[in-house]
Design a protein around this ligand. Structure first.
Ligand code: SF4
Length: 384
């Protein structure tokens, strides 16, 4: 006789999300709007409803902290104040404005989106959610953010912060990524409910900031709560506007949630860079089109799978002629890169390397790949 398999201790994803009843959703929406009216940070992109500026802030804020983004966002808009300016800007200028923010596909998609807006929407940022979603580089989250923040449309947002808040409110015992559709539904009910509530005493203006309406405020309040109060490791339930009806808080398990199925494993990669020096100039080359970081400048380098300097040296320079200058580390997505730089002095360029000579100050005017920019900073400091 076959034995029945033991019952799983883990709830199936389909059963993990109990939809909150309408009165609770309404109470959450009210509490979030009231909290946001006093707690919203004064951020520069909250002083405009211009969809191009909102789009820019949302793209810059992906994977990047607010305090890092602020000067980039301001500098960008001074240089390229409209969609038309962005569509016509030379790529060199864009990557220089973006230099240091990383994830450079974002900047290329921004310009592609601007070109579509010029060509297909007469240079006017589209208001319809589907048209926003169809722009290059814009996914469901960004489309919801632009539609709600710029146009007060009741479309939800669900990023890491919002997902964490909802997972705790509902005391989800599964990885939120496995039930994301259900969480999108909860987020959609929240923003739609907020859109039906009265605008409140603050109206559109708040401490000099401007909001298109309750849909904007609700979505931004969820993001803000996740960033300031319901933080990953130390949720501050004592000051949370949702504490009274938060299931995780009631169960005393807030800091344990959200559950993660497995940690992403980091892959280590090792590179060796060559600082080829002739008088006060360094040999640099531009990364070709079609490669990661295309258009960025870097010192010649190679990847070594075993992490060891190749026995035959670098680019025809034997190991015994190379001086180790320094090492930089740089992590991007799941890769942890280590670049070790060696120096060699020459009187003329080595054939086949490709590139050109640059002084350090000339190089600092060019867009430079992140790890190499860190080395450049060390060179400028040390005067090597
Ligand atoms: S009560 Fe605590 S766990 Fe619940 S949403 Fe607020 S901060 Fe997060």
């Amino acid at each position: 006789m076959s034995r029945a398999s033991p019952p799983s201790r883990r709830p199936s994803p389909a059963a993990a999300v109990t939809p909150p009843p309408a009165p609770r959703v309404r109470a959450w929406a009210r509490a979030l709007l009231a909290w946001f009216a006093v707690a919203a940070r004064d951020l520069p992109w909250r002083h405009t409803l211009d969809p191009y500026s909102v789009h820019l802030s949302e793209i810059m804020l992906q994977q990047t902290q607010v305090k890092t983004v602020i000067p980039y966002w301001e500098r960008w808009l001074q240089s390229l104040p409209t969609v038309g300016h962005l569509a016509g800007a030379p790529p060199d200028r864009l990557i220089k404005l973006w230099e240091g923010l990383g994830y450079y596909t974002r900047v290329r998609n921004l310009q592609r989106a601007a070109c579509v807006i010029q060509a297909e929407h007469g240079g006017v940022f589209p208001q319809a959610y589907e048209a926003i979603l169809a722009l290059p580089g814009i996914g469901r989250y960004t489309a919801g953010a632009i539609a709600s923040i710029a146009f007060n449309k009741p479309y939800p947002v669900l990023d890491g912060n919002v997902s964490r808040v909802l997972a705790r409110l509902l005391a989800l015992r599964v990885d939120p990524r496995t039930v994301s559709e259900e969480l999108w539904t909860v987020a959609a009910r929240l923003v739609a409910t907020a859109g039906r509530l009265p605008a409140g005493a603050a109206g559109r203006e708040q401490k000099g900031m401007v909001f298109s309406g309750n849909c904007s405020r609700l979505n931004q309040s969820l993001m803000e709560l996740g960033a300031l109060v319901c933080t990953p490791h130390h949720p501050q339930c004592g000051v949370c506007p949702l504490a009274g009806s938060c299931a995780a808080r009631a169960l005393g398990c807030a800091a344990e949630l959200p559950v993660r199925d497995r940690k992403t494993t980091l892959t280590r990669r090792f590179f060796f860079g060559l600082l080829l020096v002739c008088e006060d100039k360094y040999w640099v080359r531009e990364r070709p089109a079609g490669q990661v970081n295309a258009g960025f400048w870097e010192f010649p380098n190679i990847e070594a799978l075993d992490g060891e300097l190749p026995t035959n040296g670098l680019f025809g320079f034997p190991a015994r002629e190379l001086d180790r200058v320094g090492q930089v580390r740089h992590s991007i997505t799941r890769y942890q890169n280590t670049v070790t730089f060696y120096r060699a002095a020459v009187s003329q360029v080595v054939p086949g390397l490709g590139g050109r000579w640059c002084t350090l100050s000339e190089l600092s005017q060019l867009p430079v790949a992140t790890a190499h920019r860190k080395m450049l900073a060390q060179l400028r400091e040390s005067g090597i």
